[in-house]
Design a protein around this ligand. Structure first.
Ligand SMILES: CC(C)(COP(=O)(O)OP(=O)(O)OC[C@H]1O[C@@H](n2cnc3c(N)ncnc32)[C@H](O)[C@@H]1OP(=O)(O)O)[C@@H](O)C(=O)NCCC(=O)NCCS
Length: 168
């Protein structure tokens, strides 16, 4: 289930962001301590307040725990594309391989195009992040370019046009 964030989500988010395997392909692989996770949660909530869309908390239906997040933000870490809405996801490792990430990504994409005026979505991932590339493909995205982060690292840029989403 996609839902809005609550204060008590910090425990769940901090656990996700403290796992080196989860963070392996996020920026430089840096894991978050609790204050960094709290700052991250603050940025997520600020983006919702400013733009009316953002990264959803993804809650497990069975036990109500925080599985991770999925949704649309702006890639402020990549100045050349910082005005492009970017769909992204991050799930606790115990939920990998369950199909929930793909399901959440489809729901986020559909909600975004149904409620916002943007004519496209992008998604960014390091070349080795095969699971994320697969989720992008399943969203109907195509790899259109490479981009260089300020660190010098290359990310693949995937893109989906609203018109293609509508046609599908
Ligand atoms: C990216 C992430 C959310 C995917 O989660 P997941 O649980 O594997 O997703 P799903 O179960 O929905 O599967 C997605 C697809 O990727 C495929 N896949 C998963 N891992 C794969 C891998 N290592 N290599 C190739 N394909 C893979 C799955 O088979 C599935 O495709 P299919 O439906 O055609 O079989 C998860 O790996 C994650 O949280 N990673 C850490 C955070 C991260 O890197 N976020 C993205 C930053 S750009």
């Amino acid at each position: 289930m996609l839902r809005q964030w609550r204060e008590d989500d910090l425990d769940g988010l901090a656990a996700v962001n403290a796992d080196p395997e989860v963070m392996r392909y996020i920026h430089d692989g840096h894991v978050h301590d609790r204050p960094e996770a709290a700052a991250s949660l603050g940025r997520i909530r600020a983006q919702w307040a400013e733009h009316g869309f953002g990264l959803w908390a993804v809650e497990g239906k069975q036990d109500g725990s925080l599985m991770g997040f999925c949704g649309v933000g702006f890639p402020r870490f990549l100045p050349a594309l910082e005005a492009s809405p970017e769909i992204g996801w991050r799930f606790a490792r115990r939920h990998w391989g369950t199909g929930y990430a793909s399901e959440a990504a489809v729901a986020s994409r559909n909600d975004f195009f149904s409620t916002q005026d943007f004519d496209h979505l992008i998604s960014l991932a390091f070349p080795g992040n095969l699971a994320s590339h697969r989720v992008m493909q399943k969203l109907g995205m195509r790899r259109v370019a490479d981009a260089t982060l300020p660190s010098g690292a290359t990310v693949w840029v995937h893109r989906l046009e609203r018109d293609d989403w509508t046609a599908a």
